[in-house]
Design a protein around this ligand. Structure first.
Ligand code: ATP
Length: 333
């Protein structure tokens, strides 16, 4: 449905690549999240797909039609792609209804379609209001209605919730994706928040320095990350370097890189006996109360520092910690 083939983009004539040799495909109805740290190329990728930038190399096809390549270029408004960005980008001098009508001005049944979209996003009664008379979440639902009105083949959401506080963000995220599910539209969803990605996407594409390092189902990314960068995006992870291997007496294959998620490091004495292959002693140098849990900053005999979280309340100044060999992540880097 969407086919991205060897796409590259440089903003400085090839000195640095914002995006390099990116290839992937989406099937009709897929919801795919694009995740990566700041500067990894997420916005560049969606701007290329939307036709707001031209690629240096490679091609973009949607429903079998080439939209961008080195010698072909379809204008953004002809691409059948709906966009919802971080900033609401509604026209402030137009009412909600006029904002939605804007993109479908040539359609015969435009009034009915605009009202249908308002109903879909749960704002049936708000058509006559101006954007400044709406909350942030309502404005973002209008932006969604406007993007969906022309019945796009692909909907691109670029950090649509990042202007909102945590509670509204979670609420709006589930509302937006319920609406999207009803339409069956194919979605590319850019986010730096892995919780956003995990809760709504079928698949997640990870960008690192402009390259795709993994495209996988959400559950696989957690248990089988391709490298330490991917592992760290989905929770605190420490590299098991030589010093940590010495501390835990666990010599590992030197040709690979190894890591363990902090949450897999056990503190509880029962778990240490039943569930840990490698154990060491640690000095507790700091305790930080986190509601019903405590975060411990630990110093190992080898001088390494580690952070673990436990629900145990009675923590001595020196404790045993350990992990199970099955929880070790191994990468070829
Ligand atoms: N218009 C531009 N001119 C020059 N360099 C740019 C331009 N836009 C982006 N870049 C560079 O390209 C790289 C990728 O940027 P991009 O905005 O795509 O990353 P991102 O993953 O979306 O980051 P963020 O999460 O911070 O928005 C960065 O190194 C950035 O500095």
């Amino acid at each position: 449905m969407l086919k991205i083939d060897s796409l590259s983009k440089s903003y400085d004539k090839g000195k640095n690549y914002a995006l390099q040799d990116v290839s992937f495909e989406l099937k009709s109805g897929d919801v795919c999240a694009i995740v990566g740290e700041s500067g990894s190329g997420k916005t560049t990728l969606v701007r290329l797909i939307a036709g707001l930038e031209r690629p240096d190399e490679g091609s973009i096809s949607l429903s079998g039609k080439v939209l961008s390549s080195v010698d072909q270029f379809t204008q953004p408004e002809k691409r059948k792609i709906g966009l919802v960005f971080q900033e609401y980008a509604l026209f402030p001098h137009l009412t909600v209804l006029e904002n939605i009508l804007y993109g479908i001005a040539k359609q015969k049944d435009k009034k009915e379609r605009a009202q249908e979209m308002l109903d879909l996003v749960g704002l049936s009664e708000m058509g006559g209001r101006y954007p400044h008379q709406l909350s942030g979440g309502q404005q973002q639902r209008v932006a969604l209605a406007r993007a969906l009105a022309p019945n796009p083949s692909l909907l691109i959401l670029d950090e649509p919730f990042s202007n909102l506080d945590t509670m509204l963000r979670t609420q709006l995220r589930s509302q937006v994706f319920e609406i999207i599910e009803k339409t069956g539209v194919t979605v590319l969803f850019v986010t730096h928040d892995t919780q956003d990605a995990l809760s709504v996407a079928d698949e997640i594409l990870i960008l690192q320095n402009g390259k795709v390092v993994q495209k996988d189902a959400a559950s696989n990314l957690y248990v089988k990350p391709n490298n330490l960068y991917v592992a760290s995006l989905f929770g605190n992870t420490v590299r098991i370097n030589k010093d940590l291997q010495n501390a835990f007496h666990c010599p590992l294959n030197e040709e690979c890189c190894h890591a363990i998620r902090n949450e897999k490091i056990k503190v509880n004495p029962d778990e240490l006996t039943t569930d840990c292959d490698y154990i060491t002693t640690a000095e507790v140098i700091k305790k930080i109360a986190l509601g019903d849990a405590v975060q411990l900053v630990l110093k190992l005999e080898t001088g390494e520092k580690l952070t673990v979280t436990t629900r145990d309340k009675n923590i001595a100044d020196t404790i045993n910690i350990g992990f199970n060999s099955k929880d070790i992540l191994e990468f070829n880097e």
